[in-house]
Design a protein around this ligand. Structure first.
Ligand code: 147
Length: 655
């Protein structure tokens, strides 16, 4: 005799500013760098490149990012490659290198209000003064970092809003204070320090050191798993997830991002979340493929993918500005009774209100790290009450996404019928793996460009004479993994020069290589031919040069790369063929017959199980290729940290 089933599916949630407000929202952002994550974006055809940048930065179009964080290149491997330092050597100063300057300008062009944030991963070797510690001379390192900020201002009129310490490496209290003073002395009193860009553990030092506390704007924790510590909250500093996400950008990646964007505040009071990375633009088989808000890895075809995290970002960024306030926990921020979470924010001044609700299930929203404790989500009806300043709201715009795991199509950032409130009350049915934005802001917009060109494989032939670049930028396609390449004019000729002369203050745990290497090509190629014309400058020239094929890894693991490596030492006329970058496993050694100075051509091919090497058109060796690796990149590099000038290369694929 069940005549009235209690409606336990109905959940009442009140949104009310009367009890006061929560913390100030400080923006959602993304990182280019840490490292070389935008490498392949640069040489996209301009049309597609502009489209990609619109999806990322243009307000009310796509992700509409509010913070753009970039690496301060340190000449060191920082995940997917190296980024050039603005001071390879002491006294050297250059603000044309790499692509971060260009990207920051593109971001600002689209959104003048975007906040810029910079952070070093590695540092050039001279800052370590013979050690691998960038804090040996805190003033030297502070001057180095502040010169980058000054360069941004002077050369590009870019104002840097935030600066970090040393990505995921130890911080140093004296250095942080020195950095603060140096910024102030140079007039950058408004450039705020985020520290340490690692864990919450700095909280104890902040609590006991007033000078340190006042020098830091926010504690930046990486991959906080939506939680902050009690100590961190006690500091009363802003709390940021200053690097987060790093998850393959399929549906689960979108689910991860949607969940943490809400729950970093719900659980951890974090007021900013920043994605590593901005756009996954590095070769497949380098580490963390597709761990960006979107993917753009085919400059040759112009194909790119606007991935789920772009639209998950839009659910917040298009409806909330930096400076808005979260409502209080219990009256606008919390967990839903049947799983999922909600946050709400107001601009305070004019009573605008945005509510973001996510119901991401456990298995569909796991991030790369940390592991996610189990929880349940089920469909539920939410009854919303608007009270306080919001009592009079009559309708809210509704934007909806659903991540599909059952073979149906995702619904991405779709505008639904506005929600009408009667006496401050409305109902919403929530499914699983959904995200809703309800907002009094009416300017939400799903931007769209025409479909990009079709995907195609890496071209069968790529060649470069380095004639088409502004001086100092990094050449296309060649992706430095140790060392750095930049286009230079050398005695009337265009070259790509390897410019790093000593081991950097490295970021990877074990940057032991004293050799430089850049990779290029299609990792899936079993066969290829690589020809490089080079010369070795008289001063600081390298002793040895190599080309390689079937190189099986890059990133922090590049030291252990296997493949076929053909080293030549023009001054001693020696050559060595090895099956590894470290040159531990030698396959063949011998003597070169050509002259020792001037321009040389080095050639390596692997075809039908045979590897052939030529130097200045004369065959040096012909050996059977090792069984493994069966495929990999082509590569070029030096046997030590020394200059080499590449004049030209030609890479030919299997066909
Ligand atoms: C971060 C780095 O800061 C990024 O540059 C990028 O490498 C990213 C890739 O996921 O990871 O570094 C971390 C590396 C390892 C852990 C956390 C962050 N970890 O093992 O917890």
């Amino acid at each position: 005799l069940i005549d009235s089933v209690p409606d336990d599916d109905e959940n009442y949630i009140v949104f009310d500013d009367t009890p006061g407000l929560g913390r100030q929202f400080e923006g959602i952002g993304a990182i280019s760098g840490g490292g070389a994550t935008s490498k392949l974006l640069v040489n996209y055809p301009k049309k597609q490149r502009d489209e990609i940048l619109d999806y990322l930065f243009k307000p009310n179009f796509g992700a509409s990012l509010q913070i753009f964080k970039v690496e301060i290149g340190g000449d060191a491997q920082s995940t997917d490659g190296t980024e050039a330092s603005h001071m390879h050597e002491k006294g050297d100063e250059n603000y044309q290198r790499g692509y971060e300057w260009w990207l920051m300008r593109e971001a600002k062009k689209r959104n003048p209000n975007i906040k810029l944030y910079c952070l070093p991963w590695g540092f050039p070797g001279w800052l370590g003064q013979g050690t691998h510690n960038p804090y040996v001379n805190p003033q030297l390192t502070a001057d180095y970092v502040v010169s980058w900020i000054l360069g941004a201002k002077k050369v590009y009129n870019l104002t840097i809003d935030y600066v970090g310490i040393w990505n995921e490496k130890p911080y140093d209290v004296t250095y942080i204070k020195t950095l603060r003073k140096t910024l102030d002395r140079q007039g950058f009193t408004k450039t705020l320090i985020i520290a340490p860009d690692g864990s919450w553990d700095i909280s104890a030092d902040i609590l006991k050191d007033q000078e340190l506390a006042s020098g830091i704007h926010a504690i930046g924790c990486h991959y906080p798993g939506t939680f902050s510590t009690t100590e961190a909250r006690m500091t009363e500093k802003s709390l940021w997830a200053s690097e987060d996400y790093s998850t393959y950008n399929d549906e689960v990646g979108g689910g991860c991002w949607a969940r943490i964007l809400n729950q970093n505040y719900v659980n951890g009071l974090m007021t900013s979340t920043i994605s590593w990375n901005l756009v996954a633009s590095y070769y497949n088989y380098l580490p963390f493929y597709r761990d960006g808000l979107m993917t753009a890895v085919e400059p040759w075809s112009g194909n790119y993918n606007v991935s789920t995290p772009i639209w998950m970002t839009a659910h917040t960024t298009q409806f909330v500005d930096i400076g808005w306030r979260y409502l209080s926990h219990d009256t606008g921020v919390g967990k839903l009774p049947d799983g999922g979470s909600y946050v709400s924010l107001t601009d305070a001044a004019s009573g605008e209100l945005t509510i973001i609700i996510e119901t991401m299930s456990h298995d569909h929203s796991k991030c790369i790290r940390p592991s996610l404790p189990p929880y349940k989500v089920s469909p539920q009806t939410m009854t919303i009450f608007l009270e306080g300043s919001f009592a009079a709201v009559e309708t809210m715009d509704v934007w909806y996404s659903k991540l599909a795991f059952d073979g149906t199509e995702n619904i991405m950032f779709q505008k639904k019928q506005p929600l009408t409130f009667t006496d401050g009350k409305a109902q919403l049915s929530l499914g699983v793996d959904e995200i809703y934005t309800l907002s009094t802001i009416k300017t939400g917009n799903k931007g769209a460009h025409p479909n990009p060109p079709q995907s195609s494989p890496f071209p069968q032939v790529v060649a470069d004479m380095f004639d088409e670049y502004p001086e100092y930028v990094e050449p296309n396609y060649l992706a430095p993994q140790v060392g750095s390449l930049e286009v230079r004019n050398v005695s009337g000729k265009r070259v790509a020069r390897q410019t790093v002369l000593q081991r950097p203050v490295y970021w990877c745990n074990a940057e032991t290589a004293d050799k430089t290497i850049s990779v290029i090509g299609d990792f899936d190629w079993p066969e290829m031919r690589f020809t490089v014309k080079f010369s070795i400058p008289a001063n600081n020239g390298t002793f040895g040069v190599f080309v390689a094929v079937r190189v099986d890894r890059g990133g922090c693991q590049v030291q252990n790369a296997q493949g076929i490596f053909f080293f030549v030492f023009p001054t001693t006329r020696k050559f060595i063929v090895s099956s590894d970058f470290a040159r531990k496993n030698v396959l063949k050694e011998g003597w070169l017959s050509s002259s020792t100075t001037g321009e040389h051509v080095i050639f390596l091919q692997v075809h039908k199980g045979v590897a052939i090497g030529k130097f200045d058109s004369r065959q040096a060796f012909n050996i059977s290729a090792p069984e493994t690796p069966k495929t990999g990149f082509a590569a070029v590099g030096t046997d030590n940290y020394g200059y080499i000038d590449l004049h030209q290369y030609l890479l030919q694929g299997p066909q």
